[in-house]
Design a protein around this ligand. Structure first.
Ligand code: COA
Length: 248
């Protein structure tokens, strides 16, 4: 894989580690990060050796403080800058990954930062984490799926409260709102994420992937359609599991 500058991608024992790596700018999401992340996500999707992925941020202060404001303001126009982002459809790629994705969050988790976290399946946060969507205060709306993923995770009222007011939410409240699954100390953050990843990895990757698909795809269906989807996936899994190559 290519050498990256603003993303560190490592894999060990079936776990992929994606580190947003611009700590001097609080890991703000810039075009280079988008391009590198796009390549990394493609690799994660296609690499059978990677079964679970952990996302986190380099440095002490942030997972990600949102879109890079310097770049944003120097782009030809916000409209063109955003169009480029949509064309690459990094968020579609993110959400199409059927492997479990864990976000290990600390410090500032703003704008694109919270949106990356929302593309993950399980979110752990250290006690010092602060979440926010500053976009409306900048005269824009989220462009990385946040207006759709946040209400799907915490419900309409909570999402609108955070989005429209622009207020920031600390870890404990984020836990109450079910934006994060667990709050841990900073020292425990990565060990907890790894413990969870290793636990998931004890299961068949195929069963894990099918279970994720059943939940994720089912969320957009009626109960009846969802039950039909579950039955279809269940039968498909059984058929695949009984073929010699897929019993692991
Ligand atoms: N884009 C580009 N650079 C950013 C950034 C962003 N979104 N967020 C932080 N940085 C940079 C700062 O410019 C600063 O760089 P410098 O040391 O070269 O001056 C460095 O990261 C540290 O940030 P700083 O603002 O000095 O830290 P702070 O503790 O005073 O404030 C925040 C932290 C998160 C409150 C503040 O940086 C902030 O509001 N950032 C923007 C958040 C935002 O609106 N994101 C866009 C969402 S669409």
């Amino acid at each position: 894989m290519a050498n990256f500058e603003v993303i560190i991608y490592q894999k060990q024992d079936g776990i992929g580690y994606v580190t947003l790596n611009r700590p001097q700018a609080l890991n703000a999401y810039n075009l280079q990060m988008r391009d590198e992340l796009y390549q990394v996500l493609g690799a994660i999707k296609d690499d059978p050796e990677v079964e679970v992925v952990i996302f986190h941020g380099a440095g002490e202060r942030a997972f990600c403080a949102g879109a890079d404001l310097t770049e944003f303001l120097t782009a030809p126009s916000p409209i063109i800058a955003r169009q480029v982002r949509w064309e690459r459809d990094i968020w579609g790629l993110f959400l199409s990954i059927t492997k479990p994705l864990i976000a290990a969050l600390h410090g500032y988790v703003l704008g694109s930062g919270i949106e990356i976290a929302l593309c993950c399946d399980i979110r752990l946060a250290s006690e010092d984490t602060q979440f926010g969507l500053p976009e409306p205060g900048l005269g824009i709306i989220p462009a990385a799926g946040g207006s759709q993923t946040l209400p799907r995770v915490i419900g309409r009222a909570g999402a609108l409260d955070i989005l429209l007011s622009g207020r920031w939410v600390r870890a404990e409240e984020a836990h109450r709102l079910k934006l994060v699954n667990r709050v841990v100390s900073r020292a425990e953050l990565l060990p907890e994420a790894e413990k969870l990843a290793r636990k998931i990895k004890t299961h068949s990757p195929l069963a894990v992937s099918y279970a994720k698909q059943a939940v994720m795809r089912g969320l957009d269906l009626s109960l009846e359609e969802g039950l039909a989807l579950e039955a279809k996936l269940g039968h498909g899994l059984l058929a695949l599991s009984s073929t010699p190559d897929n019993r692991g």
